[in-house]
Write a protein that binds this ligand. Structure first.
Ligand SMILES: Nc1ncnc2c1ncn2[C@@H]1O[C@H](COP(=O)(O)OP(=O)(O)OP(=O)(O)O)[C@@H](O)[C@H]1O
Length: 615
């Protein structure tokens, strides 16, 4: 996104409107903890003024007792005379408050950390749920990646805001209680305080806005910087980075970006240092002005010694409190701006969804699938990936798609599984548009293993169960799926068998060869009881014999199901009932292997090219 979209300075205050919904999120994360937290903080809020007031009463009482004519000489006589009873009561009250304040403080810290953790869990889960609902197209869009990146940061980055907002409310109540005390003596004291503090507030807000706008602009570059750092040090890339000697190149690019960030940061920070030092100085001058006034009044006898301690104590605390309140208010406003990113992400709606009166997917499928003049352009791409594409898949038929790289085979699969909708034309399932069906049912009816299937850093068993995660504990089913995909041989070699952690990401993980991973992935297809089975070239890393066996089994096991397979190996392709040749996003030819080889055409050309390689 362009930097001109960066939120303006004025938008920052408006962002405070994000706080109530945020508190709503907090409340939903844990109503009990949130309620307890509010009560604890309210109690703590009024304690400081109560303690200072009792302190004033103690001093005045001591002064009164010292001024009395007949004063006992020893503490025991003081005690027995009963003259100090009032004083003892006040001290006991002060002690009680001090103990309660400590205890409540600890409880607040405790509840705070629990609440923050609950919020992380609840936000992360919402984020994962929401991301899963969004279109695949979104994930392939760089602007979306930036928004997702910002939103992810919010789940962790905004967490301290809970404590801040609560502290803010608590401090607000404390300020009001102290302010009421000051006003009772002299309202001008409060005015003096505010005048001293407003410049600090404005300054702070300004710098926060500047930093925010800068961070906002940087999201794309930051993603590049994080990517460079990641690619320079992950197991996936380590091999290539070493072989090609890319380290210096990656490091220098990283340094270039990081240094630019650093230089920009330094400029702002330096300016902030100077301006804020001056503004805070003004505040200090005002504070000492008020202090002088209080001392003067005490000397002339208008105020008591207790009043002096109460007022100067109140003034000192208020200044600290208001300063903290204003700066954290301004900080809260800029934090609340970041919340926009989170809400914006949650507001994002998927374009591919079930219609209101969704049709149930027929079981069994009777007529099959028809592509009718389908054209599709990837979002942001100028070229058509497929165009004027028409063909029919009969129910129960095994069809192979062949074509050169980039012909559009995978795109056809993605359209069939409704990961994308056609730009023009339609795809029919038993005569009805795919878009009329219930999306979840449709996805459940289609089992696809892509060429870039995921290698889950989990147990071998979970890697297979991923095809039907509800059956995760159904070991016999997992074993059958593994056998069908020839993955049982892979698992037999693992020290911990089905429970073996695979992948290099975690300790105890055992990495597999490309072909072994593929066998696990293919087993996923068998876990799924899908009516339409699709293998999109997940066999490229299998040796010729293994691929042959895998497809032969696939062919046997897909009797009665509609199956689509994509492969560049003709030994596998020829097993299909029918072969469709795709070229430049269109059907170029179709027929059985024998029919196609008999014809002079692209299929025969490709077939002979491959056969020649083996002779
Ligand atoms: N996410 C994407 N965004 C933009 N263009 C894409 C995207 N995926 C594929 N394409 C383009 O669409 C065209 C068809 O790609 P597709 O992946 O369907 O080919 P394929 O026949 O499966 O190729 P291969 O045999 O290499 O797997 C290609 O020109 C490709 O560059």
């Amino acid at each position: 996104m362009a930097s001109s979209d960066a939120p303006t300075y004025a938008a920052r205050w408006a962002a405070l409107k994000n706080i109530p919904p945020f508190l709503g999120l907090v409340w939903r994360a844990s109503p009990g903890l949130t309620g307890a937290m509010i009560l604890l903080r309210l109690a703590r809020a009024v304690m400081p003024v109560a303690m200072l007031w009792i302190g004033k009463l103690i001093i005045d009482e001591v002064v009164r007792l010292m001024a009395a004519d007949a004063r006992p000489d020893t503490l025991v006589e003081w005690w027995q005379s009963g003259l100090s009873d009032q004083l003892i009561l006040l001290i006991a009250a002060e002690l009680g408050l001090a103990l309660a304040s400590d205890l409540f403080g600890r409880l607040v810290t405790y509840a705070d950390s629990l609440l923050q953790e609950r919020l992380v869990i609840s936000l992360s889960m919402r984020l994962m749920n929401h991301a899963a609902d969004l279109d695949l197209a979104s994930f392939e869009d760089a602007g979306f990646q930036d928004r997702l990146d910002r939103a992810r940061r919010q789940t962790m980055g905004r967490i301290p805001l809970v404590g801040q907002v609560m502290q803010q409310m608590q401090d607000g109540v404390t300020v009001v209680s102290f302010g009421a005390g000051l006003i009772a003596y002299n309202p001008w004291l409060v005015v003096l305080l505010l005048v001293a503090l407003i410049p600090t507030l404005v300054g702070q807000m300004h710098f926060n806005a500047e930093l925010y706008a800068m961070n906002w602009r940087r999201a794309p570059e930051r993603r590049e910087r994080d990517y460079l750092r990641m690619i320079g040090a992950t197991s996936e890339s380590a091999k290539e980075v070493k072989i090609f000697g890319l380290n210096a190149f990656l490091r220098d690019r990283y340094r270039e970006l990081a240094e630019r960030f650093y230089a920009e940061n330094r400029v702002i920070n330096r300016r902030q240092l100077v301006v804020m030092a001056v503004l805070t100085g003004i505040g200090t001058l005002c504070y000492y002005g008020a202090y002088l006034w209080i001392i003067g009044r005490t000397l002339t006898g208008t105020l008591s010694l207790g009043d002096l301690t109460f007022l100067s104590g109140s003034f000192l605390r208020l200044r600290g409190l208001i300063e903290g309140l204003l700066s954290s208010f301004s900080n809260m406003a800029s934090q609340a701006l970041y919340l926009d990113d989170l809400y914006r992400f949650f507001d994002e709606r998927p374009g591919i969804a079930s219609p209101p009166d969704a049709l149930a997917v027929p079981a069994p499928i009777r007529q099959g699938i028809t592509f009718e003049n389908v054209g599709f352009r990837y979002p942001g791409a100028g070229r058509w990936a497929v165009r004027d594409l028409s063909f029919h898949l009969n129910a129960g038929e095994t069809v192979a798609l062949v074509g050169e790289n980039g012909a559009g085979k995978t795109t056809i699969v993605k359209l069939l599984a409704r990961l994308y909708d056609p730009t023009e034309g339609r795809i029919l399932l038993d005569g009805r548009d795919l878009r009329d069906y219930d999306l979840d049912q449709l996805r459940a009816a289609v089992g696809v293993i892509f060429q870039d299937f995921v290698r889950y850093a989990m147990s071998a068993s979970d890697n297979i169960a991923a095809g039907r995660i509800e059956a995760r504990t159904d070991r016999p089913r997992i074993e059958t799926a593994a056998e069908r995909a020839l993955a049982d041989q892979v698992i037999a070699k693992l020290p911990a068998g089905y429970d073996q952690m695979v992948g290099k990401r975690f300790a105890h993980g055992l990495d597999l060869s490309g072909g072994e991973w593929q066998k696990l992935a293919i087993a996923r297809a068998y876990m799924r009881d899908a009516q339409i089975l699709i293998l999109d070239e997940p066999t490229a890393a299998l040796d010729a014999r293994a691929e042959f066996e895998v497809f032969q089994r696939f062919n046997d096991l897909s009797t009665g199901r509609t199956a689509l397979l994509i492969s560049h190996r003709f030994s596998s392709v020829r097993m299909a009932d029918r072969i469709i040749v795709i070229e430049h996003g269109r059907v170029q030819d179709e027929g059985t292997h024998d029919q196609l080889v008999a014809r002079e055409g692209r299929y025969r050309e490709l077939f002979e090219l491959q056969a020649r390689g083996y002779r």
